[in-house]
Design a protein around this ligand. Structure first.
Ligand SMILES: Nc1ncnc2c1ncn2[C@@H]1O[C@H](COP(=O)(O)OP(=O)(O)OP(=O)(O)O)[C@@H](O)[C@H]1O
Length: 706
């Protein structure tokens, strides 16, 4: 154990004077208390009752024998007082008020001397006090023998303890040191999460799409060409997210090249809006408008998406709006060889790679998919120049590479989750490196401290746009993206769930749910699940139905079972299938040729298929984000939709808690009567046997192939 003695500045004259008076009052209080005690005792001893008792005891020989000499057997103390020493209760005594000594002003030079004098005085006073205490005791106590003395000593100790606890220990032992207190263990106050202002106070997006449509003509900044394009594609009104975000993006890109705009960079934009709320058009429209004005052939924008299917879908929308603008939209999804992909971005002329200069391809945007093929993401960068640690001999640097304009990250939270690959950092580095090497007079250098030198050359800005229905509000994660003065558009507040306990309050985020969605959970057993799906299709006519499982094996098994049962047009969608097969399956589902699509989470994000009225979670999702994206395949664009989640008894409590904490408006129970499934039971039993042999056949075939 360590001992800490802290010598603290003892205060000026006034403080010392004050502590002196405190000490003096305590000495007097102590003295008064002891005097009154002694008096009480004296009175008790001299009372006639007491004298009688003493007399009786003295005459009893038995008692006299028993009494030990050490206790003063002859003094005649009552038995209970000697055998069982009573605990003395220290009663607070009323002390006479001590008037403050009158202070006289002294010249500063004499202060030190006076201090010493005062200390001596104080010491003398304490000695006097102690003398007086012994004197008072002597009168009554001496004759009562050692026991009384002992008691008085105890009393004094008790008193001192009380006094020292209440006031200052130095009053008893003047050491010249002040022992500081307050070192006891204290309960630390709980630290509450404080979000940066841009996250805590976002620009609000209204969730009710139908009641908050904004006529496209009323949105500022749209060019006549864009208005015409929107009209051609049947868009007369903007959804709330588009009405807010489109002008904000246009404002940022309107400046183009930053010549003489000293240090200005457009603010990065984050959007968190429900599934199906129209986020795609919110970035496609302003991007196409902004890039349509460019004449130099460069890669102008990069859109990063988590799956090939989603990249194809977004690429299609972009191509639709870019039509006739001279802007080329390219998708790089890793389907082709690297060389083939590279030629979609550049051509080799005179031994070096140059951007396409074909008149019809004067400007271009690149749509780029990642997570399905992680290795491929580097290919694009290589086309701009070698990466750090690149072992493969890269193609020569591509001078037309700098990404000017925007970098859009759709399904941003998913992309942040894959940040351990540090792909964004690599992209950004490549963008700035290519920008600084380019032959263009316009430079793109990584933003640093603003100085006269850094502001002199004209800059090409890089703006980042992030979109998701489940965008994280975790500032630490967002920080990894290196956002510049970000601005958030959101339909929810980032506060913790109301029912979440203190532990979960900080960890659980709340998300956006579509307005037209109704959620149900269906209590069931494992063996009832296939029957329930068949019941929803065959009896309740929920078609087309999108059914999610937690693995591709589960999806395949259920697909085989439904196919063997018969009567339902079913298909599966998972990584078991090739890209082309998945593409055809989605198209057939979109065209209404498939009633039941059994899929994995490969179809959970972003996939926009019109007319899906029902989503079933055949296997309960484990994370709130997965749940939100799955059920978000219905109730899109302000329409109504239902979502069912099959729950085993053991999953029920945790799942319901998770959904509530994620911000759901409420999930209702939907029970299916056993009677309704009973009719299908015999056929189902036979199907299960057929399924066992079908799976065995598949395994055999697989073995033969291998
Ligand atoms: N202004 C509009 N007018 C009519 N329909 C629109 C408009 N904006 C978007 N839509 C339609 O709404 C549907 C949903 O849009 P979108 O796919 O962009 O949603 P999202 O917010 O990106 O959804 P998710 O989060 O699931 O990816 C699409 O079918 C789209 O065509």
């Amino acid at each position: 154990m360590s001992l800490f003695v802290v010598n603290r500045y003892l205060g000026d004259e006034e403080e010392e004077e004050e502590s002196d008076s405190i000490r003096e009052s305590h000495a007097q209080r102590l003295l008064a208390r002891l005097q009154s005690k002694a008096k009480e005792r004296e009175q008790r001893e001299t009372s006639p009752k007491r004298a009688k008792e003493r007399e009786q005891r003295e005459t009893s020989p038995k008692r006299a024998k028993k009494r030990p000499a050490a206790e003063g057997g002859e003094s005649g103390e009552p038995k209970q007082e000697t055998d069982k020493p009573k605990k003395k209760k220290v009663k607070p005594t009323v002390t006479p008020e001590v008037p403050e000594p009158v202070k006289e002003e002294e010249p500063a030079g004499d202060k030190k001397k006076d201090g010493e004098k005062k200390k001596k005085k104080k010491k003398d006073r304490l000695v006097d006090d102690a003398k007086q205490i012994t004197k008072t005791d002597e009168g009554g106590v001496k004759e009562k023998g050692g026991e009384m003395q002992k008691e008085n000593q105890e009393n004094q100790e008790n008193q001192e303890a009380v006094v020292s606890e209440a006031v200052v220990p130095e009053a008893v032992v003047p050491t010249g040191f002040t022992v500081l207190g307050g070192f006891e263990n204290k309960v630390a106050p709980k630290v509450h999460r404080v979000l940066p202002q841009w996250l805590a106070q976002p620009d609000l997006i209204l969730r009710d799409i139908k009641r908050n449509l904004v006529a496209v003509g009323a949105v500022p900044g749209l060019s006549p060409a864009t208005l015409k394009k929107l009209q051609d594609n049947g868009v007369t009104s903007f959804f709330p997210v588009q009405a807010e975000v489109v002008p904000a993006v246009l404002e940022g890109v309107a400046q183009g090249l930053l010549v003489g705009r000293g240090g200005y960079r457009p603010r990065d934009i984050c959007v968190s809006a429900p599934t199906g709320s129209g986020k795609t058009l919110a970035f496609v429209v302003p991007l196409v408008q902004a890039l349509s004005g460019r004449v130099v052939c460069e890669v102008r924008a990069l859109v990063v998406l988590p799956t090939k299917e989603l990249a194809q879908q977004v690429c299609k929308v972009c191509a639709l709006y870019a039509e006739g603008s001279g802007l080329k939209v390219v998708m790089l999804g890793g389907q082709k060889s690297f060389a083939a992909e590279q030629t979609t971005l550049a051509e080799q002329r005179g031994g070096t790679w140059k951007s396409w200069r074909t008149s019809s391809w004067r400007r271009r945007a690149v749509w780029w998919t990642t997570s399905q093929d992680p290795g491929f993401r580097w290919n694009l960068l290589r086309s701009w120049g070698p990466l750090e640690g690149d072992e493969v001999t890269p193609p020569p640097p591509h001078p037309g590479g700098p990404l000017e304009g925007d970098e859009v990250i759709d399904e941003a939270d998913r992309m942040i989750d894959s940040m351990h690959h540090s792909w964004l950092g690599q992209v950004t580095k490549a963008v700035f490196r290519a920008g600084s090497q380019g032959s263009s007079v316009f430079r793109r250098s990584e933003p640093t401290h603003i100085t006269a030198a850094s502001l002199t050359p004209p800059q090409m800005p890089l703006q980042k746009l992030l979109f998701s229905a489940t965008l994280t509000m975790n500032p630490e994660k967002l920080q990894q993206l290196g956002l510049h003065q970000p601005r958030l558009f959101s339909s929810t507040h980032s506060g913790p769930a109301p029912s979440a306990g203190p532990a979960s309050a900080t960890s659980q985020e709340r998300f956006n749910f579509p307005e037209g969605l109704t959620e149900y959970f269906v209590p069931c057993t494992l063996s009832k699940k296939p029957l329930l799906i068949l019941h929803y299709i065959l009896h309740m006519k929920f078609c087309p139905l999108l059914c999610f499982t937690n693995s591709r094996q589960a999806a395949h098994r259920l697909f085989l079972l439904v196919r063997l049962f018969g009567g339902v047009e079913a298909a599966e969608f998972s990584s078991r299938l090739s890209t082309a097969e998945r593409k055809h399956t989605l198209r057939d589902f979109q065209q209404g040729k498939i009633q039941l699509l059994i899929c994995t989470d490969a179809a959970a994000r972003g996939i926009d298929i019109e007319g899906i009225k029902c989503v079933v979670n055949y296997d309960a999702p484990q994370y709130p984000r997965t749940y939100i994206h799955r059920i978000g395949r219905t109730a899109r664009a302000g329409k109504a939709g239902v979502a069912f989640t099959f729950l085993l008894e053991v999953q029920r409590n945790n799942f319901l808690k998770m959904v509530e904490e994620a911000g759901s408006a409420g999930i209702k129970k939907h029970s299916v009567k056993h009677q309704l499934l009973k009719n299908m039971a015999p056929r189902y039993e036979t199907t299960l046997k057929e399924l066992a042999s079908a799976i065995k056949d598949e395994k055999d075939q697989f073995r033969i192939k291998v």
